[in-house]
Design a protein around this ligand. Structure first.
Ligand SMILES: Nc1nc2c(c(=O)[nH]1)N[C@H]1C(S)=C(S)[C@@H](COP(=O)(O)O)O[C@H]1N2
Ligand SMILES: [Mo]
Length: 310
């Protein structure tokens, strides 16, 4: 039985796109493409199972053209330019395992495809604001992190959640830049992790998540600057102490732990008052918490002495 709740629409895509089915067959038949280490091209990724669209978090702006969102990226493991999408195709997306460890019932390891069968996958459109001043609006497919937390049973003393990115020196030329503190780890509090906005995308625009946007599995915090939204996650660790994270280690005065979006708090080298939309190039005002204050504003009442906005 289908129960319709307000804000929920019929499944966005009930029909498997034909091209994906055909590509998958070709891939399974070809065999060679499945040799260990062979990258799965975006077009050959397993199609996403049909899932519902959750419209409780209206984006209030047009979707960024898919082409822009998938070819203009920050993914320093592949280099510091925005044009890493071709290079990133070399990262194999299967097999992919996610470890969850630290202060939980017992350490767990999930195959990403098993995880997708376990988790309630849905589509949500979020705005994403990079600290550099550009922004995009993307229909992600994924699951709420809180659903995974329920499964792994956090212990009472777990206060932080860290997300670690894959470390694949063979295909990630950026790792040779040894002055960066690899692997990429960013973290949040357990309250932020449990918030209903914290999402683990496995797809975008109705397709499996490709390499350049952090496939096969990433995290997104739509109310924080984009550098908190770690890509290609292989490990989630619950801790009692605040973990040492990537960007604050590089430059704490510019990129802090909290990184909540605030147009009134400039970056030391530029204003954060406006943002440039990928695609149209239009400049629009930036909103506090990137417009998500209704859901997350309450998380910070007792933290006023922290540097919440950098
Ligand atoms: N592992 C990893 N995750 C990362 C980054 C990175 O360099 N490495 N860049 C971050 C930054 S600065 C931004 S703005 C977003 C960009 O996500 P997108 O390329 O999907 O738009 O990813 C974030 N996640
Ligand atoms: Mo960013």
């Amino acid at each position: 039985m289908i129960i319709r709740r307000p804000g929920w629409n019929a499944p966005a895509r009930e029909i498997t796109p034909e091209a994906l089915v055909l590509n998958r067959r070709a891939l399974l038949g070809a065999g060679a493409a499945l040799l260990p280490g062979a990258a799965l091209a975006q077009s050959a990724l397993p199609p996403l199972a049909p899932h519902a669209r959750n419209e409780r978090f209206p984006a209030g702006r047009e979707l960024t053209p898919e082409r822009e969102a998938t070819t203009y990226n920050n993914f320093y493991e592949f280099g510091t330019s925005k044009a890493i999408w071709r290079e990133a195709q070399r990262m194999p997306l299967r097999p992919w395992r996610l470890k969850v460890d630290g202060l939980i019932g017992a350490p767990r390891e999930f195959d990403v495809d098993d995880l997708l069968r376990m988790m309630p996958v849905e589509e949500r459109t979020y705005r994403l604001r990079c600290v550099e001043g550009w922004a995009m609006t993307v229909p992600w497919s994924g699951f709420q992190l809180s659903e995974l937390l329920k499964v792994v049973e956090p212990r009472a003393n777990a206060r932080f959640v860290a997300f670690e990115t894959a470390n694949m020196p063979g295909v990630m030329p950026g790792l040779r830049q040894s002055w960066y503190p690899w692997p990429h780890v960013e973290a949040c509090t357990i309250e932020e992790a449990a918030n209903e906005l914290t999402f683990m995308p496995v797809g975008m625009y109705g397709k499996s998540l490709g390499q350049s946007n952090g496939g096969p599995l990433r995290v997104v915090f739509p109310w924080k600057y984009g550098f908190k939204s770690g890509k290609s996650v292989v490990r989630i660790t619950l801790t009692a102490e605040r973990p040492r994270t990537f960007w604050p280690t590089i430059q704490a005065s510019e990129y802090g732990f909290w990184a909540n979006v605030n147009p009134e708090v400039p970056h030391p080298r530029w204003s954060q008052a406006t943002e440039r939309l990928l695609g149209s190039g239009e400049r629009v005002p930036t909103r506090i918490f990137n417009g998500y204050g209704e859901w997350v504003g309450g998380l910070y009442g007792s933290l006023q002495r922290e540097r919440l906005w950098a």
